[in-house]
Design a protein around this ligand. Structure first.
Ligand code: NAD
Ligand code: MG
Length: 383
């Protein structure tokens, strides 16, 4: 029996993870779960899975859960408790599926404890890529990507990187691929969250609409696969059937294909190196034809350009754009700023920040806090 900690159990990835685990209740045990504030959903999960620990990031929510839970589950709260369930000696695998930089500490705790980390929280690598990869190596942790593009590249690279020229991440282009830039001004949060192919949490849905998601993924790939920035390419593929490709010197290209459903990616991370059932059916190529591919429009999707810029700058610039993006998206979702303000806030924050090469986790966290403050001040000057 493999014990699993699911960080972000109430989210989109968390729920898909539980759906795959439901197919294998003799092999996988839900050891610990976490969520931010949704104590009602957590109560349902406690009743169904009887985890040893349930952690609410929010203290009030933890109190409410503790007062209602009747099964033998210990309810804890706070960041330290998240780190504890991620690094607990009795847990084997950790699904790191908290959204945003709030997920970094617990994902890193899992790495330091030498766990199998199924990494959905790409923000951990964007913020602290060098420290994270070092912790994985030093502690013999296993890092398996839970992002469809990176899982595709990981799968294609199973025979090694010999003769590799470049990788190519596919982007769906989001809901506004064919919308003229003038029409993007008055996009509402619900329109931005209506992704044509993938069902996801609201923050990553907005990131997909601005293509910042692809930008963060470029940085994620840089760290996961130890590449030069010039070896990472992006192509727009609106059908989301080809999940990514790797190009070799001999002229061969390998791609991974499948229906756009994260259960496939999660099953791969759970079963690796075996392939297990995910509950997802195979694609029908004829029904999904034609498959289209386009170059991304970096003027319309300025966030993608900004992410490449930050990667080329290196160091704190990546954490800065991530923090500015989280603040901008949050304000957009709360109707405080417009859709096209998102790239503007990120660019202004990047320009206003002092660029450094943070070496310690404290410096990374300080830069995250400072960049959030700068982004919020820029937004306050709009209203
Ligand atoms: P979501 O918003 O649906 O779920 C987020 C989870 O994190 C919830 O369980 C929530 O309670 C928890 N959470 C939120 N804020 C928190 C905080 N401050 N402290 C502790 N817990 C907190 O998000 P999602 O779509 O499941 O995405 C999760 C992560 O996976 C993100 O990093 C995202 O980029 C990545 N990802 C998601 C998908 C997808 O298809 N949804 C695909 C690839 C990668
Ligand atoms: Mg992705």
């Amino acid at each position: 029996m493999i014990n699993i900690t699911i960080l972000g159990a109430t989210g989109s990835i968390g729920k898909s993870t539980l759906a795959v685990i439901d197919l294998y209740n003799k092999d996988f045990n839900v050891f610990a779960i976490s969520a931010n504030t949704d104590h009602k959903q957590m109560l349902d999960l406690c009743n169904k899975y009887h985890p040893k620990y349930a952690v609410m990031a929010d203290a009030d929510a933890a109190e409410k859960l503790a007062s209602t839970v009747s099964v033998d589950t210990q309810v804890l709260s706070g960041t330290k408790a998240l780190d504890d369930i991620a690094s607990h000696t009795d847990t084997d695998y950790v699904m790191a599926a908290i959204v945003g930089s709030a997920g970094m500490s617990s994902a890193l705790a899992a790495a330091k404890a030498g766990k199998r980390i199924m990494l959905a929280n790409k923000e951990s690598l964007v913020l602290a890529g060098d420290i994270f990869i070092e912790a994985v190596k030093t502690n013999n942790a296993e890092l398996i990507p839970v992002d469809s593009e990176h899982s595709a590249v990981f799968q294609c690279l199973q025979s090694g990187t010999s003769g590799l020229n470049k990788i190519q991440l596919t982007a769906s282009g989001g809901p506004f691929l064919h919308t003229p830039i003038e029409k993007l001004k008055n996009i509402t949060p619900d329109e931005a969250c209506a992704h044509p192919n993938w069902s996801m949490g609201r923050k990553i849905s907005v990131d997909s609409a601005t293509m910042m998601n692809k930008g963060l993924e470029v940085i994620e790939a840089y760290y996961l696969f130890n590449l030069d920035p010039g070896q990472i390419d992006v192509i727009v593929h609106p059908q989301s059937i080809v999940h990514s490709s790797v190009y070799y010197q001999d002229g061969s290209t390998l791609s991974q294909l499948g229906n756009p459903d994260m259960r496939t990616v999660i099953a791969y991370a759970l079963g690796y190196p075996q392939r297990i059932n995910s509950g997802v059916s195979a694609i029908n190529l004829a029904k999904n034809s034609p498959l289209e591919f386009y170059q991304p429009d970096l003027d319309k999707f300025a966030c993608l350009k900004l992410a490449f810029e930050a990667l080329n700058k290196g160091g704190s610039a990546m954490g800065t754009i991530n923090a500015a993006n989280e603040i901008a998206v949050d304000n957009f979702l709360n109707n405080k700023i417009k859709f096209l303000d998102i790239p503007e806030v990120i660019e202004k924050t990047l320009d206003a920040s002092i660029h450094s090469a943070p070496l310690s986790l404290k410096e990374i966290v300080d830069n995250d806090i400072n960049s959030r403050q700068i982004a919020q001040e820029i937004i306050n000057s709009y209203v």
